[in-house]
Design a protein around this ligand. Structure first.
Ligand code: GLP
Length: 246
């Protein structure tokens, strides 16, 4: 596990965007696993700038997003479909037919999760997976649990996640209670992982996830066992790691 120290959110975003653009330049037909939340927005901004300058081209890429709220249609302004279109896909050239997200409008969970896993396999698996991390150590929507999850599945969101995500909705009551998410195994099968973490409110979970025991109670802790993980974190997020990080 490589820990890359960044000064602040902007520096973190630029450093992570560098890794992603290098991946796409070296392998133009990369399969990218993408994430939502506030953590990756700066990365998308940076990648869009480089795309506009002609430095990086997404025309041969395929993408798979980590997750989507169950029950929200693609045009709902809080759906991850909408988020990705607004913050990235609508502004770069990933071909529409190669953009994949779980379909929140498909209420048959088993059918949708199987479809998604089959599509990831058919694309040859994920070359680089971008991740953020929730306050309780969740990745995608894999919440703290007794076991690590496997493939794409439907989850009940925890109160802490509903609370954290309500800022994007009119009220906590409007936050969907369930989501489709890639499983921990799906994430671990990615050949390369980049996880970005910013801010003092994540400092405690950063220490637990990357320097504590590997446990499904802190889902991101399993990344310690992956052979190619870069944690790009800012000073504030690393503030409780003391001498653990050079
Ligand atoms: C959501 C997403 C996660 C994301 C997390 C953290 O729950 N499903 O993929 O990592 O939020 O979000 P933020 O980056 O806004 O802190």
């Amino acid at each position: 596990m490589k820990i890359i120290r960044a000064k602040d959110y902007n520096d973190m975003s630029r450093k992570a965007a560098n890794i992603i653009s290098a991946q796409v330049i070296l392998k133009p037909d990369s399969v990218l696993g993408l994430a939502t939340g506030s953590s990756p927005i700066g990365i998308y901004e940076q990648l869009i700038k480089w795309y506009n300058k002609g430095d990086v081209d997404f025309g041969a890429c395929t993408t798979f997003n980590l997750d989507e709220y169950r029950g929200l249609t693609a045009d709902h302004d809080q759906s991850y479909h909408y988020f990705m279109h607004k913050n990235f896909f609508g502004r770069v050239n990933v071909p529409k037919e190669r953009i994949n997200l779980p379909d929140g409008a498909q209420m048959d969970a088993e059918k949708e999760c199987q479809r998604y896993d089959t599509a990831i396999r058919a694309a040859g698996g994920i070359d680089l997976q971008l991740l953020g991390m929730g306050l309780n150590g969740h990745i995608g929507f894999n919440e703290p649990a007794e076991y690590f999850s496997k493939g794409t599945h439907c989850v009940d969101l925890t109160e802490s996640t509903i609370e954290a995500n309500k800022r994007f909705f009119a009220s906590a009551d409007d936050v969907p209670r369930q989501a489709y998410t890639m499983g921990v195994q799906t994430i671990m099968l990615a050949r390369r992982i980049v996880i970005v973490v910013s801010g003092e409110n994540k400092a405690e979970v950063v220490r637990e996830a990357f320097f504590g025991p590997v446990t499904p109670r802190v889902p991101a802790s399993i990344l310690q066992l992956h052979t190619d993980v870069s944690v790009v974190a800012d000073e504030a997020a690393l503030s409780l790691c003391g001498d653990l990080v050079p």
